[in-house]
Design a protein around this ligand. Sequence first.
Ligand code: PMP
Length: 361
Amino acid sequence: MSRAFNFSAGPATLPETVLRQARDELLEFPGAGASIVELSHRGPEFMQVAAEAEADLRTLLSIPDDYAVLFLSGGATTQQALIALNFAAPGQVADYVVTGHWGKTALKQVQPYVSAHRAADGEAGGFRDIPPRDDWRLSADAAYVHYTANETIHGVEFRDVPEVGDVPLIADFSSSIASEPLDISKFGMIYAGAQKNLGPVGVSVVIVRRELLQRAGQPRAPILDYAAHLQGESMLNTPPTYNWYLAGLVFKWMLAEGGVAEFARRNARKAAALYAVIDGSGGFYRNEVAAAVRSRMNVPFFLHDEALDAVFLDEAREAGLISLKGHRALGGMRASIYNAMPEAGVQALAAFMGEFQQRHG
Ligand code: PMP
């Protein structure tokens, strides 16, 4: 069987060229006499891989020099907890803008450490929209403001970086990092689990303004300390070397494809094509998110008749389109269309959805 178009939300599809290169190098990393997965993280081969990954990511995302880049294990959820430990005093107020499931998770992770304040909350409206900036109730003395750039489950995405004054802005970019140009200088920190747009699960990227690392934060072990990780070059303990290496290959692939500006164009076309099918279906398919904040990365949609869900998934699989089942919190379908999803995959899905409607409408 050939590779299907895989719409998984994460772990998600990776570029085929990257997987082929990884396969070709699996037994012997060029010149090393062993697989990269078998070599010390402190050996010359992996040190080179790590240095190139950081340099390539800096180029790809135009990361300013006064920002540190960390490659850490623990996933995005662990970073959500570390934010409070590193940047807020015990019990200090931290503002959370909650626009979906992952914003709620981020807030939950810091509740033992800070006074987490829901400065804005889209839950009453079912997370179908982002509360207008004028309605946010930001605290004057907040340690930071946190928001989720793209809500992977609810399909809600900020189209602009919100203005929050002098308080450091921290954002979860797990499901939209590198999908379009971003002015990193507007943030205190952004973070992302790799398993959507950057590579395989198991490594997270943290991009943090160096100055913020001087904050005292809260009592914590060195392994929970971002400044210590920076000093230890993200090798305080054995890092997830294979995941880091694979992410590095994805960075090189993204640069070779034309960088984030090119992906922004492709992602806009892909999202527009899918929403057009949904909106043009006369109610057969439905996406409930306010048009201005619909995600370009994750497109949740519902069939007009739930009884057709299983049929849709079966027939999609037969057509070579997999992992379209929606998150259990919402039901329905979800098409995740990150950078590595080719435009041909989205065109195939759009065509399938049209044909499916004709057969079952
Ligand atoms: N934030 C967002 C936006 C996510 O989509 C996810 C995972 N789907 C997470 C956080 C949690 O990431 P992890 O599983 O790496 O902890």
